[in-house]
Design a protein around this ligand. Structure first.
Ligand code: GLA
Length: 375
């Protein structure tokens, strides 16, 4: 869990912005909610390496004090510090990549106090084999003398599920880039529903940085989303156990305007975060009975509970069902569910066989259910 500069700021990053963001992560209580990593994405370096040492050079205008000074500041706030590079010769925004410099770069990052590396997939030499490039950086990070979380970003290509865990990654992007529209995150989530089998402790499927609270502003702003859409996006990411990397401008989240206040409530919702961070990290399974625009999903949680969610992806209100039989609990099993609505906090009591809800367009419900044997 953390914050990443890309979604809002793109190349418009600076020493000042990162320090301000670190302050806000603490002042808004995001760190206490679990958002600990502050990550600078692409565009932080000069266009060329140092000609003598071949090291990456922090951009002198954006980071006049260097990267270490920023990392020190982030650490002084009790947060962890992340940076970005790419396994190709150039990054996606055309800054120097780490190809053939993996060990030098990992050592440099360790010197600077980096705790997290996002590692992208652009500009690979024609002969290069993707998995090998991630393996090399995986080794370099393990040998750099500092614990650095390895966040791979190959957009789900080359059947990443089958090899990324063995390369040492701790999380791996498995979709193309998000932009701030309902359609974008709906497609991302739908594409991942049956691909979470490789997401497990030590290496998690990453559905990309959240656009929650962006309201169309910034680098991937696009048309923006409505408040309800963000609720659904956050619920999807939590149900699917994705890393929660915020992408909104945190300065907006300090505003009294209810559209931002509600975002703060949403991203610090303890019960949703507990589902996201459930230690067993089991994938969801699909128990939909009304078609792909109305997915209903279930996830087994470590304490024996079930997280159950219904999402209305359509543009019309719909009556949606949670049918226990579709979750593998036929009525004859004699098992009822004690149901709690995660958003409203309502205790819905012990319910037999099925329950339903009228779900507005783009809205969702998330329940935490405890199975109880019928007497
Ligand atoms: C790729 C990644 C994005 C972002 C940009 C930076 O597109 O998928 O998340 O890091 O590169 O250029």
């Amino acid at each position: 869990m953390g914050w990443n500069s890309w979604n809002t700021f793109g190349e418009k990053i600076s020493d000042k912005l990162i320090r301000q963001t670190a302050d806000l992560m603490v002042d808004l209580g995001l760190d206490k909610a679990g958002y600990n990593y502050l990550v600078i994405d692409d565009c932080w370096s000069e266009r060329y390496r140092d000609p003598k040492t071949h090291k990456l050079v922090p951009n002198k205008k954006k980071f006049p004090n260097g990267i270490k000074a920023v990392a020190d500041y982030v650490h002084s706030k009790g947060l962890k510090f992340g940076i970005y590079s790419c396994c190709g010769v150039r990054t996606c925004a055309n800054y120097p990549g780490s190809f053939d410099h993996e060990f030098l770069d990992a050592d440099t990052f360790a010197e600077w106090g980096v705790d997290f590396l996002k590692y992208d997939f652009c500009c690979r030499p024609k002969h290069a084999y993707g998995p090998q490039l991630y393996r090399t950086m995986g080794h370099a990070l393990r040998l750099c003398g500092r614990e650095i979380l390895f966040s791979a970003c190959n957009w789900g290509s080359d059947d990443v599920w089958s090899w990324i865990r063995s390369a040492g990654a701790h999380m791996y992007r498995s979709t193309g880039d998000i932009c701030d529209t309902f359609e974008s995150f709906r497609k991302i989530a739908t594409s991942q529903m049956d691909k979470l089998h490789a997401s497990a402790p030590f290496c998690y499927n990453d559905m990309d940085m959240l656009t929650v609270g962006m309201y169309g502003k910034g680098n991937v702003g696009a048309q923006g989303c409505a408040e309800l859409d963000y609720k659904t996006q956050f619920a999807l990411w939590c149900m699917m156990g994705s890393p929660l990397m915020l992408g909104a401008d945190l300065r907006n989240l300090t505003k009294k305007d209810p559209k931002y206040r509600n975002m703060m409530k949403l991203i610090t919702n303890k019960e949703l975060i507990a589902i996201d961070q459930d230690p067993e990290a089991r994938p969801i399974f699909n128990c939909t009975i009304s078609g792909e625009m109305f997915p209903t999903v279930c996830r087994l949680l470590a304490n024996g509970d079930l997280a159950v969610a219904m999402f209305n992806f359509s543009d019309k209100e719909a009556l949606m069902n949670v049918v226990y039989e579709a979750m593998g609990i036929p009525d004859a099993a004699g098992v009822d569910l004690h149901v709690r609505d995660v958003f409203s906090g309502e205790d819905c009591g012990v319910i037999r066989e099925y329950f339903d809800r009228q779900v507005p367009a783009h809205d969702c419900f998330v329940f935490r259910c405890t199975p109880v044997r019928r007497k």
